[in-house]
Design a binder for this molecule. Structure first.
Ligand code: VG1
Ligand code: CO
Length: 550
C-alpha cells in the first residue's frame, strides 16, 4: 500500500479566507505547496474525522481537476476513510451541501471562486463546508488562517490519478474514493419541494417560454436534468450549458452587466416569458421577466410572500433572514407573516446557525443569492424553480407579480454600485475616514437638490451577535439612515483577488403606487448625491462612475 509522505513546507502570508473561502489568482494557487498548505491547514483545524467521509468537487474552472487529485491524496493521507468526488470533478455549491447532508459526510472541500472569472489568468478558490452542509463559520475559517501561518508540513500519498470520468469506487492509500453522479441527489431533493406537475405543464404547454443561461458554468448539467429531462422543457430552453474551464471567457456573475446575452434575449424582440441565469458555482440566481429585471432583494421578498403557494413551504415559514446590505423589502413580508426577519453580515456562513436552530426557513442576499433550509447554501436552481412554481400557480407574468408586490407592501427601491479594482490603500483610507465621520452625522441635514433635504437619523458600523452561539462579528459595513427611511451602506468586498472593490448600497422606500414604477437610478438620485458627499468616491478613488450597477 502506498505510504503517507510528510512534506516540509513554510507558511504563505496570504491565506486568510474572505467572505466565501480563499480566492487567489490561479498562478498563486499553482505555486509549489500553496494549495497543499491551505488544504493541510483546513485538516489541521478540524478534529474527529478519522475514517469519516469528505465530499470534494468544484465548479469546473481551470485547475479544478488538478486540485482535486491533490486533495484526494491529502485527504487519504490525513485519515479520511472515504472521499466522494463529483464525476468530472463537477459539483455545484448547493449540490455539495445537499450531498454532505444526505450522506452524513464530515465536511466538503468545494473548489470555486464563484462569480470571479476563470482560466489560466483567472481566479481559483477553495472553501470548506462543515457537516451541516454549510460554509465553515468564522471560528473555523479564522482557525484555518492561524494554522496556515504556522504550518511546517503537510501529508500526502503518492498514488496515480483517480479517473474522475468513471462512476465507481477505487482506493487511495487506506481511503475509498467514490466518483458519484453530482446531479442526481440535488435534482431529487428539489423535486420534493416544488410542484413539478404544474411547472412541467407550463413548460410543455407551448405558450410559456423559459430561457436559462448557465453561463458555461457549473449549473448546465443540473439545468438540463431538471428543466429538460424532468420537467420536459424544450432543449433550447437551456443555453451555455457546457461547463468550460474559462466560462467561455465570460464573467460568471449573473447581473445585468455580466449576463449580457441573457439581457439581450430578454429585452429583444420576441423575448421569452422567463429568463434566468446562475453563477460559476451555481449558488446565485438572476431572474428576468420579459423586459423586466427583478432586483435580488425584491426576489427574496416576493418568494417569501408567495411561499404558501409552493408545496415545500405551504405550512409557513419559521422566519426569514437577509444579509445587512440586502433591502428591507423582506422585513415587510416577515412582519405581515408574523415571523422574525434576521439581519446578518454579508456571506452565507452567517445563516447556518439560524437554519440549524429553526429560526429561519428562507434566506437571501442582495448579491442574487437565495436559498432555504433544504441545504445550507444559497441555491440558484432552487430560486428559479421557486419562481416558476409561483408563476405557474398565479398565471401571471414576472413583472405583474413584482408590481403587485410593490402595491401591497410598498417598494424598497434598491441599487448597488460597485467600484471594482480600485487601489487597496485608497479604499482603506476611504473607509477609515467614513468611519471617523460617523459620530458627527446624525442630526445633520443635507441639501440633495431639487429643493429637497435629507436628515441623517443614525449612522454606525454594523456588528452582529449570533443569536444561537453568541459570537460577535464587527466592522461589517457602514450604515447611514435618513429621515425618509432611506439607507446608504458602504463596505469593501471580501471576494476579490486584485485591488479592492467598493460596494455602495442604496435603498429608499416608496409607498405611493403612482411613483413606484419609476426608473431605479432616477428614484435614487437624491440618495446617490448624498452618498457621494459622505463617501467621496470620486475624490478618493479617481473613479467617475461605478463599474457595475445592479
Ligand atoms: C459577495 C457578495 C456576498 C456573497 C459572496 C459570495 O461578497 O456580496 O453577498 O455571499 O460574494 O458569493 P463580497 O464580500 O464580495 O461582497 V459567491 O456566489 O461569489 O460564493
Ligand atoms: Co457563487
Amino acid at each position: 500500500m502506498s505510504e503517507v509522505r510528510i512534506v516540509a513546507t513554510a507558511p504563505f502570508a496570504d491565506q486568510r479566507p474572505g467572505t466565501s473561502g480563499l480566492r487567489k489568482k490561479v498562478a498563486r494557487f499553482r505555486e509549489p505547496n500553496y494549495l497543499e498548505n491551505f488544504i493541510q491547514s483546513i485538516f489541521d483545524s478540524l478534529e474527529g474525522f478519522a475514517g469519516k467521509t469528505l465530499v470534494v468537487g468544484g465548479d469546473g474552472r481551470y485547475y479544478n481537476d488538478r486540485a482535486i487529485q491533490v486533495i484526494v491524496r491529502m485527504a487519504a493521507a490525513n485519515g479520511f476513510g472515504r472521499v466522494l468526488v463529483g464525476r468530472g470533478g463537477i459539483l455545484s455549491t448547493p449540490a455539495a451541501s445537499c450531498v454532505v447532508r444526505k450522506r452524513g459526510a464530515f465536511g466538503a472541500v468545494i473548489l470555486s471562486a464563484s462569480h470571479n472569472p476563470g482560466g489560466p489568468e483567472g481566479d481559483f478558490g477553495v472553501k470548506y463546508n462543515t457537516g451541516n452542509g454549510g460554509p465553515a463559520p468564522e471560528k473555523i475559517t479564522e482557525a484555518i488562517w492561524r494554522q496556515s501561518e504556522r504550518i511546517e508540513r503537510y501529508k500526502i500519498i503518492d498514488a496515480p490519478d483517480v479517473d474522475l470520468a468513471a462512476l465507481g469506487v477505487t482506493t487511495v492509500g487506506a481511503a475509498a474514493v467514490e466518483v458519484f453522479d453530482p446531479v442526481a441527489d440535488h435534482a431529487e431533493l428539489l423535486a420534493t419541494l416544488f410542484d413539478f406537475e404544474a411547472i412541467g405543464r407550463m413548460l410543455r404547454g407551448g405558450t410559456f417560454r423559459l430561457h436559462f443561461d448557465a453561463m458555461h458554468a457549473v449549473t448546465g448539467p443540473y439545468a438540463e436534468e431538471i428543466f429538460v429531462r424532468r420537467l420536459g422543457a424544450p432543449p433550447a430552453s437551456v443555453v451555455a450549458a457546457t461547463p468550460l474551464t474559462d466560462f467561455g471567457g465570460g464573467h460568471p456573475d449573473p447581473n445585468p452587466i455580466y449576463a449580457e446575452d441573457l439581457m439581450a434575449t430578454m429585452f429583444g424582440a420576441d423575448a421569452p416569458d422567463f429568463g434566468a441565469a446562475s453563477d460559476g458555482d451555481g449558488d446565485r440566481n438572476m431572474i428576468v421577466g420579459r423586459r423586466f429585471v427583478v432586483s435580488p432583494s425584491d426576489s427574496l421578498a416576493v418568494l417569501a410572500a408567495n411561499a404558501h403557494l409552493v408545496p415545500g413551504y405551504a405550512k409557513g415559514l419559521k422566519g426569514i433572514a437577509r444579509s445587512m446590505p440586502t433591502s428591507r423589502a423582506a422585513d415587510r413580508v416577515a412582519e405581515s407573516l408574523g415571523v422574525a426577519c434576521h439581519e446578518t453580515p454579508t456571506g452565507w456562513k452567517y445563516f447556518g446557525n439560524l437554519l440549524d436552530a429553526g429560526l429561519a426557513t428562507i434566506c437571501g442576499e442582495e448579491s442574487a443569492g437565495t436559498g432555504a433550509d433544504h441545504v445550507r447554501e444559497k441555491d440558484g436552481l432552487w430560486a428559479v424553480l421557486f419562481w416558476l412554481n409561483v408563476v405557474a400557480v398565479r398565471g401571471e407574468s414576472v413583472e405583474q407579480i413584482v408590481r403587485d408586490h410593490w402595491r401591497r407592501f410598498g417598494r424598497n427601491v434598491y441599487s448597488r454600485h460597485d467600484y471594482e479594482g480600485i487601489d487597496g490603500a485608497a479604499a482603506d483610507a476611504l473607509m477609515q475616514s467614513l468611519r471617523n465621520s460617523l459620530m458627527t452625522l446624525p442630526g445633520q441635514s443635507f441639501d440633495v437638490g431639487a429643493g429637497q433635504s435629507l436628515r441623517v437619523t443614525a449612522a454606525d458600523d454594523f456588528a452582529y451577535t449570533d443569536p444561537v452561539d453568541g459570537s460577535v462579528t464587527r466592522d461589517q459595513g457602514v450604515r447611514i439612515f435618513c429621515d425618509d427611511d432611506s439607507r446608504i451602506v458602504v463596505r469593501l468586498s471580501g471576494t476579490g483577488t486584485e485591488g479592492a472593490t467598493l460596494r455602495l448600497y442604496l435603498e429608499r422606500f416608496e409607498a405611493d403606487p403612482d411613483r413606484q414604477g419609476g426608473e431605479t437610478q432616477s428614484l435614487l438620485a437624491p440618495l446617490i448625491a448624498l452618498a457621494e458627499r459622505f463617501v467621496a468616491v470620486r475624490e478618493r478613488t479617481g473613479r467617475n462612475a461605478p463599474t457595475v450597477i445592479t
